[in-house]
Design a protein around this ligand. Structure first.
Ligand code: GTP
Ligand code: MG
Length: 426
């Protein structure tokens, strides 16, 4: 049997004036990205176009003339889908489908479908299902007109007078509660693992960044792992952790995370919150950037915004940027970047390994920034803490005096704070 390739056209609505969204990537790039997103689902894009919109039409988003042009293209190219690279209200979607007689998908739907396709673990699948249901729920509320049918007042299923909309909403809510409960189990296990990790003086590094920037490639390079790294959007959906042992760099755990994208649907950020929370617990965030992309700056703004949305604050001590894929840029440009590089940036190529030494050096510096050398006096009645210090710090010197032990040690700021609160509680 020959499998039919699904065909589509991509329309990017460029809103003007006060309707403009806060996106930093220009429309041209958005259409390119939408094409990549469509490809990720195996949908071929036959045509793409930016449509300027002065005032969004409530019922079809585009004005009548534009809808007619889109209609002609659909007929001419005989496509199966219309992809709108933006947000559509449920009413707009329904009206467009009615008028154009093809399935209409907006950007959120597209990204949700890719996540669904990529989810390989049980937790990943549940998180995507939750996002899908949340999305469906907003659709329900707004498209009540075609869903609301009064049930007979004697119906025992929905209760007297319960509308179809209310039943649908209740079913979805029940499903959401069930999934959240299951996800809570995963979260508990994750917390347990985190607590165990916290008992050891591990330094946690999380790789973050725009999708396709090279996080998994770098993860593999650093840990000799074999995580899927592929030229496709959202290759990684599940976080993966591994120990890193390299020269001076010991007791480090490195985490590969899901990539970000401009206008990442809030439903996804919400449902992937517990996976993304690893970002909040990392001692160091390494933002992997594709420096060969024309849109590297704009992508970076979106990544930083998403990190903030997750609730993570970044500063000089906990943040590092990798300007990746330098093997793809020419010498002149590479020189220019080098001259303008900030303190917390490292140029490298995750696939060839060029510049990896600079990365190791930068990581070591960050770790040192997070550690301090201390001299402490430990009274004998608190000497039980001595073994804790051996487990959680590097003891450099030790001297027994008549009423206390003198210890010189190298300890992380995090563990120093823990040590002090444990001492007070004794
Ligand atoms: N030329 C070149 N290609 C690279 C480099 N780093 C990564 N790539 C390629 O870029 C593509 C994406 O790499 P991944 O490591 O999967 O990117 P990712 O950031 O993990 O992407 P997601 O998991 O989708 O968020 C792959 O085809 C890699 O081979 C690099 O330094 N140079
Ligand atoms: Mg990846």
């Amino acid at each position: 049997m020959i499998k039919k390739t699904l065909k589509s056209i991509v329309c990017h609505p460029e809103l003007s004036g006060r309707f403009k969204k806060n996106s930093t990537i220009d429309s041209f790039d958005c259409t390119n990205e939408a094409v990549l997103l469509a490809h990720s689902l195996g949908i071929k894009v036959e045509f793409k176009k930016i449509y300027k919109i002065d005032r969004p039409n409530n019922s079809t988003l585009f004005n009548n003339g534009q809808v007619e042009l889109i209609n002609n293209k659909i007929k001419e190219l005989n496509v199966d889908f219309l992809i709108i690279d933006g947000k559509l209200s449920p009413i707009q979607q329904r009206n467009l489908e009615k008028r154009l007689l093809v399935k209409v998908i907006d950007r959120t739907r597209l990204i949700l479908d890719i996540f669904e396709k990529r989810a390989t673990t049980r937790e990943g699948a549940l998180q995507v299902e939750l996002a899908q249901l949340e999305y469906q729920k907003t659709r329900l509320v707004k498209s009540w007109t075609h869903l609301e049918r009064q049930r007979g007042s004697l119906s025992f299923i929905g209760g007297p007078g319960e509308s179809q909309l209310e039943i649908d909403r209740r079913l979805i809510n029940n499903q959401i509660i069930k999934i959240k409960k299951k996800l809570q189990d995963f979260k508990n296990t994750r917390n347990l693992h985190r607590n165990q990790r916290n008992k050891k003086p591990y330094f946690i590094i999380a790789l973050v960044g725009y999708t396709n920037a090279g996080k998994s490639t770098l993860f593999n390079k650093l840990t000799n792992e074999n995580v899927l790294s592929k030229n496709m959007l959202f290759a990684t959906l599940d976080t993966k952790m591994k120990k890193l042992n390299k020269g001076n760099l010991k007791n480090i755990i490195i985490t590969d995370t899901v990539g970000f994208i401009s206008e990442l649907p809030t439903e996804l950020i919400m449902s992937f919150r517990s996976t993304l929370e690893e970002i909040n617990y990392a001692d160091l965030l390494i933002n992997v950037r594709d420096i060969s992309s024309r849109y590297t700056e704009a992508q970076n703004v979106d990544v930083i915004n998403t990190i903030e949305e997750i609730g993570r604050e970044i500063n000089d001590n906990n943040y590092l940027e990798i300007l990746n894929k330098i093997d793809l840029i020419d010498e002149g440009y590479s020189e220019l970047i080098k001259r303008n590089m900030a303190n917390n940036q490292v140029m490298m190529s995750a696939s060839t390994g060029q510049g990896i030494g600079d990365l190791y050096e930068a990581i070591e510096k960050k770790i040192n920034n997070n550690y301090e050398i201390l001299r402490i006096k430990l009274e004998y009645d608190k000497s039980a803490m001595e073994s804790w210090l051996y487990d959680n710090a590097v003891v450099l010197e030790k001297k027994y005096n008549s009423d206390h032990i003198n210890i010189k040690l190298k300890i992380s700021k995090k563990n120093h704070a823990r040590f002090q609160s444990m001492l007070i509680a004794m």
